[in-house]
Design a protein around this ligand. Structure first.
Ligand code: SF4
Ligand code: SF4
Length: 332
């Protein structure tokens, strides 16, 4: 294995494709990757057939870099094949690591998803309510579509994952770190401990250079467009929801540098079980703290009600790996 060219596969499941673009951000460093590795599978850039993957022997691929969540049967089947064919499997990006934004589908049932997507959206005209079928006969052919599950999972909820690279998309520093890991692997066969997350052990707040109040207290919550935020001060201190306290750093607080709140894409802090619960507890500890005695439960509720779309705000990237990971319906 040492000093041999690595075989690398890059694959995407349920995602927007931004992670594929993030890889290209390596710019001229991509030449360093070309020196140590051959890309043997990359459907977004090269023609791909199932047989191309099937023909690899077990563990013949050195590294598989996978982005996107598992949302349908085909995703799951290929994830299992890639696991079998690869020595190292890496979840690249928030959708593969935690389910990501497509994971918000877990707030609905499959029937509700179809109703919204194929009937209720303003741009849809579908009087017969035609929805995707798993198979369809056309002349002499039978066409097949993979089953859509109606919920999404992170990659490690389906197959064993060796390393995690969170971020939507992962920061360039993380991709560069990954390149260094691949170089070490090619040169010495050395790898970091299994389960390593490429990111900081601290929160986004630790990387954020904004002035923070010593004692936080807010009595009103604003949506980002309702207030002209002071670019030097902590957004949370100004009443704007910022996921910084509940989110793993490693991105150098890039959204805060653009005067936008953190929306949590690096996922939960290492010690936190549930990113949304951690943020709710951070918020609960600062709302009206100075006037705690004066605030009635009703007043508190009024403040909290200002959080538009709580699930989408606190679990935008991590719902499938949260304690309550999806909507369940009783079996009849
Ligand atoms: S809450 Fe947001 S704005 Fe405030 S310090 Fe943390 S990351 Fe920065
Ligand atoms: S500031 Fe938050 S949302 Fe922005 S890149 Fe960092 S972790 Fe992601």
């Amino acid at each position: 294995m040492k000093n041999k060219k690595l075989k690398i596969a890059i694959y995407w499941f349920g995602s927007c494709g931004g992670c594929e673009v993030a890889l290209v951000e390596l710019n001229e460093k991509i030449l360093e990757l070309a020196e140590i590795a051959d890309i043997v599978l990359w459907p977004v850039a090269l023609d791909f057939k199932y047989e191309d993957l099937e023909k690899f022997k077990a563990q013949e691929i050195d590294i598989s870099l996978i982005n996107g969540c598992i949302a349908n049967f085909e995703n799951e089947q290929i994830a299992k094949m890639l696991r079998e064919k690869s020595k190292v499997l890496i979840a690249y990006g928030s959708c593969a690591c935690f389910g990501g934004i497509p994971g918000l589908v877990n707030l609905a049932t499959k029937e509700e998803v179809y109703k919204i997507a194929y009937s209720e959206t303003p741009s849809t005209i579908n009087p017969k309510f035609t929805t995707p079928q798993q198979s369809y006969k056309a002349d002499a052919h039978e066409l097949e579509l993979p089953e859509f599950y109606g919920y999404s999972r992170a990659l490690h909820q389906v197959v064993e994952v060796d390393y995690f690279v969170p971020g939507c998309a992962p920061p360039i520093e993380s991709t560069e770190k990954l390149l260094e890991i691949a170089k070490e692997f090619a040169a010495k066969g050395a790898l970091p401990p299994k389960g390593t997350v490429i990111g900081s052990e601290k929160s986004v707040c630790d990387e954020c250079e904004r002035e923070k109040a010593e004692k936080k207290s807010i009595s009103k919550i604003y949506r980002i467009y309702e207030k002209e935020a002071d670019p030097k001060k902590c957004l949370l201190d100004q009443g704007i929801i910022c996921m910084g306290p509940a989110t793993r750093g490693g991105c150098k607080a890039r959204c805060l540098n653009a005067n936008q709140p953190c929306i949590g894409c690096m996922g939960a802090l290492p010690e936190a079980l549930d990113q949304g619960a951690k943020m709710l507890s951070a918020l609960a500890s600062i709302i009206g703290i100075e006037e705690e005695k004066a605030l009635s439960e009703e007043d508190l509720k009024k403040i909290i009600d200002k959080v538009a779309d709580p699930a989408g705000s606190f679990y935008k990237f991590s719902l499938p790996v949260g304690i309550i990971s999806r909507k369940h319906t009783e079996k009849k």
